[in-house]
Design a binder for this molecule. Structure first.
Ligand SMILES: C[S@@+](CC[C@H](N)C(=O)[O-])C[C@H]1O[C@@H](n2cnc3c(N)ncnc32)[C@H](O)[C@@H]1O
Length: 387
């Protein structure tokens, strides 16, 4: 695809930002960001945790329902002819979509305060950039778990803009792909076999046992208070023989040479994010704990693949340099969204102090003499056939 280099990409809120030039070839344009906050035709539900579903194409989604009666229990479905659309619907929809503004950024309203990141357009662009980077990292693949060719039900936990779920629905027309999130920021026009639900995944899941062929989790770091409980729920809701995959990365830049010594700002940055996650009660270290936790939950054939995301285009390796350039842009534009709430709310920092810290990070991101990278893992495992 004819590309636009990172320095020419839209830069979110700060359009004056210019990233360092790079001598590399053009890089592909990132995926277009889905439109913001759809009008949600939400329904009240008998589900005690208020899961709300919506889909751009009710007819086809209903077809998936009728393929298997219990695929989407009627009480959870917005496209069910017996849905109880009424006043309660408006109440539920508004407490989901009347987003909170904090320090100039927009945050989710449902389970107010549970998640650290904004759900505004700049934050959504950052997420979609990350999706592009994951595709580059995994050589164009949406997952590494060896799922079968014709899956029926796929869950994307904390789907964000829904970009992965949408791509998966395109790739697997046999599957009903469901993405859940606290925010209803997914686009209206999605493949007919893709739908979204507003849900808090930290609560007890109301999906039936043995339900999904594949459960996908990506960048839920800092979002889950009890990962053991979370993986138990995955284990219960994926079918025997089905797969769960989790993709996460470190928040602590490191290097293989001497360019990130202990007194480097990147070390302070990493320690600070980890500390804020601790205060928030949700770890950012899950990238290195996933394999063990999945094994403890009972998954078998657990496989861990490690990857690296350079902090900018310092690497001489073409693939690493390209990923690094995107990472530089993602972080340059994204660090405010990643850290502002954590620093000011969990850390109690003033807005000004937080901005100085973020400014220092952006400055360091332009230093090509520092050979720093973030390490990450893709971990997948299978629920045993006999379990
Ligand atoms: C960093 S984003 C990752 C989005 C997506 N998984 C991706 O990789 O493109 C994390 C997402 O998890 C969602 N999230 C956080 N806590 C959640 C919770 N308790 N229940 C559901 N979604 C949650 C956030 O709203 C956000 O959209």
């Amino acid at each position: 695809m004819a590309g636009v280099g990172p320095e020419q990409q839209p830069t979110g809120r700060d359009s004056a930002v210019h990233l360092p030039p790079d001598e590399g070839d053009d890089v592909p344009s990132p995926p277009k960001s889905p439109s913001n906050a759809p009008e949600v035709p939400a329904v009240p539900t008998s589900n005690p945790i208020e899961t709300l579903s919506f889909n751009a194409n009710p007819d086809v989604a209903a077809q998936h329902d009728s393929d298997n009666e219990d695929a989407f229990p009627s009480g959870d479905s917005a496209y069910d002819s017996e849905s109880l659309l009424g006043d309660d619907t408006m109440t539920l929809a508004s407490f989901i979509t009347e987003y909170r503004t904090e320090n100039g950024r927009q945050y989710h309203a449902y389970r107010d305060g549970a998640y650290w990141g904004p759900n505004d357009e700049p934050a959504n662009e950052t997420q979609d950039l990350a999706h592009h980077m994951y595709l580059l990292t995994l050589d164009g693949k949406l997952h590494l778990a060896p799922i079968e060719n014709n899956p029926h039900r796929i869950l994307d936990v904390g789907t964000g803009t829904g970009i992965w779920a949408i791509d998966m629905a395109d790739q697997y027309p046999s599957a009903a792909v469901v993405g859940t999130d606290l925010s209803a920021i997914q686009p209206d026009f999605v493949p007919p076999n893709c739908s979204f639900e507003v849900d808090d995944v930290t609560l007890e899941w109301t999906y039936p046992e043995d339900h999904f062929d594949f459960i996908h989790i990506r960048e839920m770091f800092g979002s889950i208070p009890d990962w053991d409980y979370f993986f138990q729920q995955c284990f219960r809701c994926v079918r025997p023989g089905g797969w769960v995959e989790i993709v996460e990365h470190s928040v602590q830049p490191t290097a293989d040479d001497e360019t990130v010594p202990e007194d480097h700002f990147y070390r302070l940055w990493g320690r600070t994010v980890i500390e804020m996650g601790g205060r928030f009660g949700k770890t950012f270290n899950i990238w290195q704990e996933s394999r063990e936790k999945m094994e403890q939950a009972g998954f078998v054939e657990v496989t861990e693949i490690r990857y690296k995301w350079p902090m900018n285009g310092w690497s001489s390796d073409a693939k690493m340099r390209e990923i690094g350039r995107w990472n530089q842009l993602r972080l340059h534009e994204g660090v405010e969204g990643m850290m502002l709430r954590l620093l000011t709310v969990a850390g109690g920092w003033s807005f000004q102090r937080a901005q100085l810290f973020l400014h220092e990070m952006r400055k360091n991101l332009k230093d090509y003499d520092t050979h720093a990278y973030l390490e990450g893992t893709v971990v997948y495992g299978r629920r045993p056939w006999q379990s």
